[in-house]
Design a protein around this ligand. Structure first.
Ligand code: ADP
Ligand code: MG
Length: 572
């Protein structure tokens, strides 16, 4: 620490480039060691990246927060949140650009595995960002000294070093996470696709704020008796709630009664949520994928024929590629790709679906002959998806009763209260036959697996061999190519986009070769991450967040340069 102090004093007043002397250096502080992995080039550039390593026993953190094993993810998430929540108090505001800034990658409402805090045997490692201070390009050595020698240890002391007053906060965080993981395993055992506990708060404060709407006005979830179950969680004990069974589940109800809000909660239920979020005990099958229309997207070699027969002009859909899909073809591709990637549950909302993909009613069947309509609507395939492939669907549909014929369960949202109206729906089906004909050209065969061709990913940009950049949660830049992820709604943090970028690079360098299917690629990455954590893809990175295999597939599938061939098709 004294050596660092002297170094910083010596750097005072020199040009910014002199900070580079610190790169790769390690300094011993009383409570930890400080490692300087990346030094920024100027005060406006991306900040410098440092690590702090603290022996576990010095943190005072209780051993129950890391055993059993699943708890570790929540503990790491908690430490990072503490650092984030206190950083501002220890930052300095002197100098140009990001001078004096201290921080970690900001976490959202989900408890996720984060590379910003890792447990390395008996060492807790924290990775964070620092804006090395300067005025213009002249180093402010004294400010750097205050920041690193005085403030940094106090920040760590305040955020990380454990004291009894933090115990209940940490305990709830860890227990909520453990219960959620338990719920997700319970779903698989019991044949459910989702669970929503009574009292959950599903609505958010606004479309751009992921925090709960206060209650009141928020109406807490209450289970309809027909779907009510009681589960016993490791920490919360007995919890009552709604079990959504496998099959085809229809969510109906008038506009503004909370249908889409429920579906969005189910989308997010693939992840655990922080205490106070309102969705702590909303759990969804971890492979569930939100499916929506996404016109304009790239599609690479998908066998669309189950949903779209050959297009006007004789364009085959057996092996369909486009740089500009329509609403219905994009939605069909999204479904088929999700199945290929291993989704067991599809989540659809009429608000974000293509009408002609969802329904084709009796009158339209009479007016436009079957052979003039390439689309097999989803209503004619949704049962087959379940019966043949075991893939369940939750569908929000207030606008068409044609789906009543194919639903196993019908849940009506009524002023934010769910009701099971399955029995009434059956009566309606009997009283008002639609007369529509099921129109399927042929049964769906197996999902055709694709092999991404090596060399279809190009990471180069200008003179750089690898250029990868996440711009928010919606955009990934890979080489010169901009990948639009807006429709991949279950990617919830920038750090997931960054980690997906790492995974694409890793796959293209290590695993993408002739004969390896997309499904195998996903499995390899997930096994690697389970075994070695995010560092396996980006060692020492501070801002990576664990993503799902299905979302990695979604990013890969949207690459404009992706080329594929079918596994069972050697013609290419
Ligand atoms: P629908 O899809 O049925 O038209 P939404 O789910 O979009 O309805 O909800 C309409 C509005 O009601 C939204 O502003 C939403 O935040 C709010 N809302 C949804 N669920 C609840 C609830 N449980 N309590 C209070 N407000 C809610
Ligand atoms: Mg809606």
């Amino acid at each position: 620490m004294e050596r660092l102090r002297r170094l910083l004093q010596r750097l005072d007043g020199r040009g910014y480039g002199a900070y580079k002397d610190l790169r790769g250096e390690t300094f011993r502080f009383p409570a930890f060691t400080l490692h300087m992995d990346h030094i920024q080039g100027d005060p406006f550039a991306a900040p410098s990246r440092f690590r702090i390593r603290i022996p576990w026993e010095h943190t005072g953190l209780p051993s129950w927060s890391r055993t059993p094993n699943v708890r570790e993810v929540a503990l790491r998430d908690w430490v990072l949140r503490r650092l984030h929540g206190t950083a501002r108090r220890f930052a300095l505001h002197e100098g140009s650009g990001k001078s004096g800034w201290l921080g970690v990658d900001p976490p959202g409402q989900e408890i996720l595995e984060r590379s910003g805090c890792v447990l390395d045997g008996d060492v807790l490692e924290i990775r964070f960002f620092v804006g090395l201070p300067a005025r213009g390009r002249r180093i402010l050595g004294r400010v750097a000294e205050t920041l690193l020698i005085q403030h940094l240890p106090r920040w760590v002391e305040e955020a990380v070093m454990f004291r009894p007053s933090l115990s209940s906060d940490l305990r709830t965080h860890v227990e909520v996470y453990e219960d959620h993981r338990f719920l997700q395993s319970l779903l698989l055992d019991r044949g459910w696709i989702a669970f929503v506990a009574d009292g959950s708060i599903l609505p958010r404060r606004s479309g751009v704020e992921d925090v709960p709407l206060p209650s009141p006005p928020a109406v807490p979830w209450t289970s309809p008796p027909e779907l009510t179950v009681t589960v016993t969680l490791p920490n919360a004990g007995e919890v009552r709630g709604t079990a959504f069974p496998r099959g085809v589940i229809l969510i109906v109800g008038g506009g503004f009664h909370g249908k889409s809000t429920l579906l969005r909660a189910l989308e997010r239920g693939v992840y655990a949520h922080i205490p106070g979020d309102g969705r702590e005990r909303v759990a969804t099958d971890p492979t569930a994928v939100k499916i929506r229309a996404e016109d304009g997207r790239r599609v690479a070699g998908v066998a669309l024929s189950p949903f779209i027969a050959d297009l006007p002009g004789g364009i085959s859909t057996r092996n369909f590629s486009t740089q500009n899909a329509s609403g219905s073809t994009s939605q069909a591709a999204n479904i088929l790709e999700a199945l290929e990637a291993g989704a067991r549950v599809l989540l659809l909302d009429e608000d974000t679906s293509a009408t002609n993909f969802m329904i084709r009613d009796r009158r339209m069947q009479a007016l436009i002959a079957r052979d003039r309509e390439p689309i097999t609507p989803f209503v004619d395939r949704v049962r087959e998806l379940y019966e043949t492939f075991g893939v369940s669907t939750v569908l929000v549909m207030g606008g068409s009763g044609d789906y009543l014929d194919v639903a196993d369960r019908v849940v009506a949202m009524d002023a934010y209260h769910p009701r099971d109206v399955t029995r009434v729906a059956r009566e309606v089906v009997a009283r008002f036959p639609t007369g529509r004909l099921r129109e399927v050209p042929a049964p769906m065969k197996e999902i055709r697996e694709r092999i991404p061709l090596p060399g279809s990913l190009d990471f180069r940009k200008g003179r750089r061999e690898v250029y990868l950049k996440a711009r928010g949660v919606h955009t990934l830049q890979l080489g010169t190519q901009v990948v639009d992820l807006r429709a991949v709604e279950q990617i919830v943090e920038d750090g997931q986009v960054r980690a997906i970028a790492d995974a694409l690079l890793w796959l293209s360098r290590n695993r993408m070769r002739e004969g390896v299917t997309l499904r195998e690629l996903l499995r390899t990455v997930e096994a690697l991450l389970d075994r070695e954590g995010l560092d396996a893809l980006a060692p020492r990175a501070a801002d990576r967040v664990r993503f799902r295999g299905v979302d990695l597939a979604a990013a890969l599938n949207r690459l404009r340069t992706l080329r594929v061939r079918f596994k069972d098709d050697h013609a290419g």
